[in-house]
Design a binder for this molecule. Structure first.
Ligand code: IPO
Ligand code: ZN
Ligand code: ZN
Length: 291
């Protein structure tokens, strides 16, 4: 368990990853007035992500992309599935949320770009996906990449998905949540959160960083509450980790406002690239395990 032994696959992938691709995804998502769970823009943002991931994965018969409908609101979650080759019953989940919110209230045309919260997480995962595809990587376990709806209104999309997986006895061996990856508010590079997560998996994630991203420094912190979608999976007893952009007291001050823009993340994605690389290493190392 938690073996690191796929350097020949992972190391070249990490070298191919580019912040320019992450920038493009952030800018495209932030172009919606908002991505609120209950607006037309919010529903359209889900459809946009469905199309993006579908177009990227065309030609791979082992990959499917589908929306997960939530009965009580319009915005759908998006779930990409790479079916495992010989150990498909064991499932690795990587997630970020696609919705946004404005703290002053969010209506059809309210501006809530969510460049950092959480287009950065979707963009980091999308770049990890791109290099896995470019290298023709086929995992032994199933890998699911999820864009959650309705995180901002109580982790509601991930709660329904995690409950559904539990009800269907899905054997999720690990979950990584990326919520805010691009605002470098603190001195360390990656902060591993220790509440609502699994300490053994956190140790594995720290080892992935020291193995594959040895120049990066690691910090630890706590939210003190269920601060993102990993808590939905933790509540179902699945092991989770949440690598985060900064220490709790120093995260992006612009979130949940019209000022959560790419410019206010420093007009760069070098910070998000660290998380994209970590996500790729996590997906390949966990995904390559046989039964
Ligand atoms: N509450 C969270 C913001 C947030 C997420 C993680 C941490 I650590 C601190 C703060 C949110 O708005 N997620 O979308
Ligand atoms: Zn938020
Ligand atoms: Zn968020």
């Amino acid at each position: 368990a938690y073996a690191i032994g796929n350097q020949a696959i992972v190391t070249p992938m990490l070298a191919q990853m580019q912040d320019s691709n992450i920038v493009q995804t952030i800018v495209d998502m932030a172009a919606f007035d908002n991505r609120y769970y209950a607006t037309t823009n919010g529903a359209n943002a889900s459809n946009w992500l469905l199309k993006k991931w579908t177009d990227m994965t065309a030609g791979r018969s082992d990959i499917s992309v589908a929306q997960f409908s939530h009965p009580n609101w319009g915005q759908k979650s998006v779930i990409l599935t790479i079916k495992g080759s010989d150990n498909p019953a064991e499932v690795v989940v990587l997630g970020a949320h696609l919705d946004t919110i404005n703290m002053n209230g969010t209506y059809e045309t309210t501006i809530a770009p969510g460049a950092d919260d959480d287009a950065s997480g979707i963009a980091s995962l999308t770049e990890a996906l791109r290099v896995m595809l470019a290298n023709g990587y086929k995992p032994r376990r199933t890998i699911k990449i999820i864009g959650y709806a309705a995180e901002e209104v109580g982790l509601r999309g991930s709660q329904e998905i995690a409950q559904n997986f539990k009800d269907n006895n899905v054997n999720v061996v690990g979950v990584m949540q990326l919520d805010m990856t691009n605002y470098q508010g603190s001195s360390s590079d990656i902060y591993l959160y220790t509440d609502y997560t699994n300490s053994q998996q956190n140790d594995f994630v720290a080892k992935l960083i020291s193995t594959y991203l040895p120049t990066l420094s690691i910090g630890y912190d706590q939210c003190g509450y269920a601060c993102s979608d990993h808590a939905s999976w933790d509540a179902q007893g699945y092991p989770t980790s949440m690598p985060f952009e900064a220490a709790f007291s120093q995260y992006n001050p612009y979130i949940h406002t019209s000022d959560d823009t790419y410019a206010n993340s420093g007009s760069q994605a070098a910070h998000a690239l660290k998380f994209a690389r970590l996500a790729a290493a996590y997906a390949v190392e966990l995904g390559s395990e046989g039964s």
